[in-house]
Design a protein around this ligand. Structure first.
Ligand code: FPP
Ligand code: MG
Ligand code: MG
Length: 327
């Protein structure tokens, strides 16, 4: 509950910061165009699941093996959690343009409610405001880590669009870049801001990386098994976008004929339906779940190396329940 309140405060701080009201660590925004305030705060209206800030704040506590839930998390760690949530949101705004998605967080997507042009500007604006906030940490190491997240996001998205590889190695690399890097470097930054030693810092990074991989693999599974109502965003879109994710890659192991469809990015009529049927007919769903659970367990393995604390145990529970969120 305490964490829920803290993560909601993070969203409020972001909104206040963008609107130039209240206390904003990045300095008051002096925006000329009123649209920036409304599109800049649009995706924060529904608050989102706030998985990333919640994980980062719990990790901050677990690292200092702090059992007292009311003990404050440092100001810089709170800012880092804001930075990560803003960056994630900026990437979603651009992602929805690239994917042509019409809904997000149970609302019309920015590109749909406004336009593609405004959504691109919105993503750029949010990224810029994130960097302003990041700069107030006055921490070059964390600046480097967060900057790497930004280039990884773009690198991963590009790899996704351009690759037609059917290898799991390539899929995992892409998944690291587009999703897990944000978790890994976010967790690493939390450890750096805690003044943790090299061993603890590496453990935090590995925890974030494995958690991020598990999280995206489940996202890819839910694209096949979930409904747009339950997800608050379009479902069954990956193959239509030409993307081969874990479920179809597993199905390929049982049905080699799928390779042709994957290579032509499911572009011919009927391709998506055939591929979907083969995914459902094969053991791909179970195998995808197992793969996600494997990464989830790896991330918990790292947490188990931390001293026992209420925060560490909460983080384990959250990792198991929120990440492995089968429909
Ligand atoms: C969601 O994936 C999208 C990402 C994890 C990252 C996308 C990154 C970019 C578009 C690069 C732009 C980066 C910045 C910093 C502005 P998804 O489409 O698989 O998930 P979804 O089902 O939630 O849409
Ligand atoms: Mg998308
Ligand atoms: Mg996408």
């Amino acid at each position: 509950q305490d964490l829920n309140r803290m993560s909601l405060n993070i969203i409020d701080s972001i909104t206040n910061g963008i609107q130039g009201s209240g206390e904003y660590a990045g300095g008051p925004t002096q925006l000329t165009h009123p649209l920036l305030k409304s599109i800049g705060t649009y995706y924060f209206e529904m608050k989102g699941k706030r998985i990333r800030p919640t994980v980062l704040l719990l990790l901050a506590r677990a690292i200092t093996s702090n059992d007292c839930p009311s003990e404050p998390i440092s100001e810089s760690q709170l800012k880092l959690a804001q930075v990560v949530e803003m960056l994630h949101t900026a990437s979603l705004v651009h992602d929805d343009v690239i994917d042509g998605a019409d809904t997000r967080r149970e609302m019309a997507s920015v590109n749909c409610a406004y336009s593609n042009k405004l959504a691109i500007l919105c993503g750029n604006f949010l990224t810029a405001r994130t960097i302003v906030l990041l700069s107030t940490l006055r921490n070059h190491h964390v600046t480097e880590l967060v900057s790497n997240i930004i280039s990884d996001l773009v690198d991963g998205e590009l790899m996704q669009i351009k690759s037609n590889s059917t290898s799991f190695e390539s899929y995992i690399r892409k998944t690291y870049l587009k999703t897990a890097s944000l978790f890994a470097n976010g967790c690493r930054s939390i450890a750096v801001l805690s003044g943790a030693d090299a061993n603890m810092t590496n453990m935090a990074t590995e925890f974030g990386k494995n958690l991020g991989l598990a999280f995206q693999i489940i996202d890819d599974l839910l694209d096949v098994t979930g409904s747009s109502e339950s997800l608050g965003k379009p479902a069954s879109v990956d193959m239509s976008l030409g993307l081969a994710t874990a479920p179809v890659l597993f199905a390929l192991e049982e049905y080699p004929d799928l390779e042709v469809l994957i290579n032509r990015k499911f572009s011919e009529s009927g391709d998506v339906d055939i591929a979907n049927q083969l995914v459902l007919k094969s053991n791909a769903i179970e195998k995808t779940k197992s793969l996600a659970i494997e990464y989830c367990n790896k991330s918990i393995e790292f947490l188990m190396k931390l001293p026992q604390s209420q925060s560490r145990d909460l983080l384990i529970t959250l990792t198991q329940s929120k990440v492995i969120r089968f429909d």
